[in-house]
Design a protein around this ligand. Structure first.
Ligand code: UTP
Length: 273
């Protein structure tokens, strides 16, 4: 079924400068674990086995994170410090990693298109590591979406209600409610002004996409901010077939913003440590 998960992780992370000048945003630690590791764990929990990461210049540390570190591991072998590496070793034994580089940062849609050679002709998940999604018990957000895909077999975006004065930060949807937590989308606008927003249902960084999205993305011209927007391609897909918006169960922290990152850190420290 769905085996592959694409992680677009090539963005500049300007909201986190200077921290992100030479370090990927995805490697920022929430307590003691980098954001990208939380995302990979969520994908594994959803049953996915092939992790495909779209990286960019200065992002090599992500590849090193999911690899052995011989000197360090030799040094701590046999000590209780080894325990700290158990989690990451389990990850490395549970899935494969492949990487490709986005040469020019032309937006999320372009980053997803860059990942096509790693995905091929099958439905796949997309996770934006800077949106940290956590559930206490029950399925993770991606697992919830994979289950939904088995039932509906079309592209699905995770959505969340946000305050109207924040809609300008998101892709915003409107649709017909087909279950209390599922909308069949008929309108989608990227970063609308408050007065132009069709609702306060914002798309967050979890997607299941059918592979026809790549052909649509090739022909998608740059939109808001001069970037190729996945929202525009999804709107095309919604017109031609079906795209669902799913109100997920769980908490989401926008770790691409300083306030969201601090909230996530406090929450994780209190909940998991
Ligand atoms: P953001 O909109 O958060 O942009 O991208 P950003 O560059 O990471 O951060 P800011 O806004 O400058 O602070 C959403 C996701 O899409 C990826 C990012 O890595 C992030 O996971 N992305 C964005 C790419 O991979 N390539 C791009 O060209 C743009």
């Amino acid at each position: 079924m769905i085996r592959k998960c694409l992680f677009p992780a090539a963005g500049y992370g300007t909201r986190f400068l200077p921290a992100t000048k030479s370090m990927p945003k995805e490697m920022l630690p929430v307590v003691n674990k980098p954001l990208i590791q939380y995302s990979v764990e969520e994908a594994i929990e959803a049953g996915l086995t092939n992790m495909a990461i779209v990286t960019g210049r200065g992002k090599r540390s992500m590849e090193d994170h999911f690899d052995v570190s011989y000197e360090l591991e030799h040094q701590i072998k046999g000590s209780d410090k080894e325990d700290h590496l158990k989690g990451i070793r389990t990850i490395m034994d549970s899935c494969t990693f492949s990487y490709t580089r986005q040469i020019e940062m032309k937006g999320l849609g372009h980053a997803i298109l860059t990942g096509e050679p790693l995905i091929g002709d099958e439905a796949f998940a997309v996770v934006l590591a800077d949106d940290l999604c956590l559930t206490e018990g029950g399925d993770g957000v991606l697992a919830q979406m994979v289950k939904l895909y088995k039932q509906f077999r079309c592209s699905i975006v995770a959505i969340e209600e946000v305050p109207m004065d924040e809609v300008h930060k998101y892709g915003v949807i409107k649709g017909e409610m087909i279950r209390d937590d599922i909308f069949q989308i008929n309108e989608m606008v990227e970063k609308p002004a408050t007065e132009d927003a069709p609702s306060n249902l914002a798309i967050i960084g979890r997607y299941i996409l059918t592979p026809d999205i790549f052909d649509i993305l090739i022909n998608t011209t740059p939109g808001v901010g001069g970037e190729v927007q996945i929202t525009d391609a999804l709107m095309q897909q919604a017109k031609e077939g079906c795209v669902l918006g799913y109100k997920f169960k769980g908490k989401r922290f926008d770790c691409g913003s300083i306030a969201g990152f601090i909230d996530a850190t406090n929450y994780c420290y209190k909940t998991f440590y």
